[in-house]
Every structure is written in C-alpha cells, then in structure tokens.
Ligand binder design. Structure first.
Ligand code: ADP
Length: 172
C-alpha cells in the first residue's frame, strides 16, 4: 500500500491520529519543548506508563523508541523516541536520527496503527540543523513506507516556520 506523507503547521498534542511521536529524553521522565507539551496536555497517565518502562528497561537509548498510552490526548498512543544531541555531526547524529524515525514507525506497524504524526525530532533544544534533519526524516520515512503494511498516513508536524517551509518545499 502507498501511504501518504503530509506536512502540517500545528501543535502535535491536538492531532487525532493513532500515534503522535514525542521527542523525549533518555530518562523518559519528561522535559521541555514538545515533550513538556505532550505530558501537560496528556496528563499523568503518560508519565506513569513511562515510569513502568523505566522500571523494566531503565529508560530509552538515543535512536530507540517506546510506546505508551496517550492519556487524555485525542491520539491513542504516544511513541517516545530519543533524538541525538547535535554535536558537530561526527558523532553518528545522522544515523541516530534516522533510527528514531525507523524505530518509531516499527512500533506503529507492530501495533497495526494507520496514522502517525512526528514532530521535528532533535531540532529544538538538541540543536540538530533543521535542513539536514528534515531530509533524514523524509528519506527514512519514505524508505520505511515502501515495506509498511498498516501505516496509511504520516504527518510531519512543524511548530516553526523554517521547519514548515523545509518540509513543504520537499513535499510539493
Ligand atoms: P529536541 O530536544 O529533540 O530538540 P524539542 O522539543 O526541543 O526537542 O524540539 C523538537 C521540535 O519540536 C522543535 O522543532 C520544536 O519547535 C517542536 N515543538 C515544540 N513544541 C511543539 C508542539 N507542541 N507541537 C509540535 N512541535 C513542537
């Protein structure tokens, strides 16, 4: 099946999709940016679920992903993935960022989900340059969707104009 890829300028917490992806940190205990917004809007059930995962596996490594309830959000699930901190580009940042997209989409497929929304992982506090980050997000997602079966739609949710322009240009 050919899934569609879209770009939206929005607050990801408002989206009625099967799963929204969180740009989490390895503690899974919440933080600023999109992580803070998701925990605030979704309520304590998300943090409870993250604590359970921590108790079992001790957090989440960079490039990996875990899935929890979405609490009070309109989405059904939150997929928490940990993006790389930009450190000049010679520290496997590109590979680790690609892993975030692949591992998040793998979890969505395992759950049989149809719609997934991504924020622009690592491009906030973690300072990944936005243009290469958007190229990695799109190339990795397109590649994954070639062999996906449940996913029908992936939305890239941009919060700032530069990210929106980058995705819009690449997709239009
Ligand atoms: P990271 O630590 O991975 O850089 P941030 O949360 O700081 O994570 O930023 C990731 C991206 O999420 C940034 O592009 C930021 O503008 C965006 N962002 C922040 N809040 C929201 C939100 N409510 N919905 C969607 N995107 C958001």
């Amino acid at each position: 099946m050919k899934a569609k890829i879209e770009v939206l300028k929005a607050d990801i917490t408002t989206l009625e999709v099967d799963a929204i992806v969180n740009a989490a940190n390895s503690s899974l205990l919440g933080g600023g940016g999109v992580d803070g917004a998701i925990h605030r809007a979704g309520g304590p059930a998300i943090l409870d679920a993250c604590r359970d995962i921590r108790a079992k596996q001790g957090g989440c490594s960079t490039g990996e992903a875990v899935i929890t309830t979405a609490g009070n959000l309109p989405a059904q699930y939150v997929i928490h993935t940990v993006g790389p901190v930009w450190n000049g580009g010679d520290h496997l940042e590109a590979k680790l960022l690609a892993n975030c997209y692949t591992n998040s989409l793998k979890l969505a497929e395992e759950k049989g989900l149809k719609s997934v929304a991504f924020p622009n992982i690592s491009t906030g506090v973690y300072k990944y340059p936005k243009a290469p980050a958007s190229a990695i997000a799109l190339i990795t997602t397109r590649k994954f969707l070639q062999t996906a079966s449940s996913i029908e739609s992936v939305v890239f949710v941009c919060f700032d104009q530069l990210n929106y322009d980058l995705y819009w240009k690449a997709l239009n």
